[in-house]
Design a protein around this ligand. Structure first.
Ligand SMILES: [Zn+2]
Length: 151
């Protein structure tokens, strides 16, 4: 688990992305593109099958394009898995954010207990507020349901 270089806390959110030719691609964007290719392939194959009875050649062509796309998926996967990974961290406690590329050394950590305590305090307050909000919502819900039963 990552440690925040700014406060020394361990409450850190992490995001992974791939770097290709200077561009950063987030993991989710990349999986979306793979799913898109997969759906496109399935669509083309189904379209091809329905076309075969009308025009055999275009039907076969569509199926072949679909199959080619299916084979492109593992190629795409391997391409991405070989790219260097960039980790993006954000400290939940003090708000500090930093980046680290694969193979890079951990940044030096300065422990600041007062920042950690302040962050913990803020999170506890946020949780209390969320709980109070939830209770208020439930009270309102029960009130509305009760009113409905009366009618
Ligand atoms: Zn921090």
């Amino acid at each position: 688990m990552a440690e925040c270089p700014n406060c020394g806390g361990y409450r850190v959110s992490e995001e992974t992305s791939y770097i290709s030719k200077g561009y950063e691609t987030s993991e989710s964007a990349y999986y979306r593109s793979v799913i898109f290719i997969g759906l496109l392939a399935i669509g083309l194959i189904i379209w091809g099958v329905t076309q075969i009875s009308n025009t055999t050649i275009s039907g076969i062509a569509l199926i072949l394009i679909g199959i080619t796309l299916v084979f492109l998926i593992p190629v795409q996967l391997r391409k991405y898995w070989s790219l260097p990974v960039r980790y993006k961290f954000k400290c939940v406690l003090c708000g500090y954010s930093w980046k680290m590329d694969e193979g890079e050394a951990q940044p030096e950590v300065t422990v600041r207990p007062e920042l950690i305590a302040k962050g913990e305090d803020r999170i506890a307050k946020q949780q209390q507020q969320a709980a109070a909000q939830w209770k208020a919502n439930m009270d309102y819900y029960h009130f509305v349901m009760h009113q409905k039963k009366k009618k």
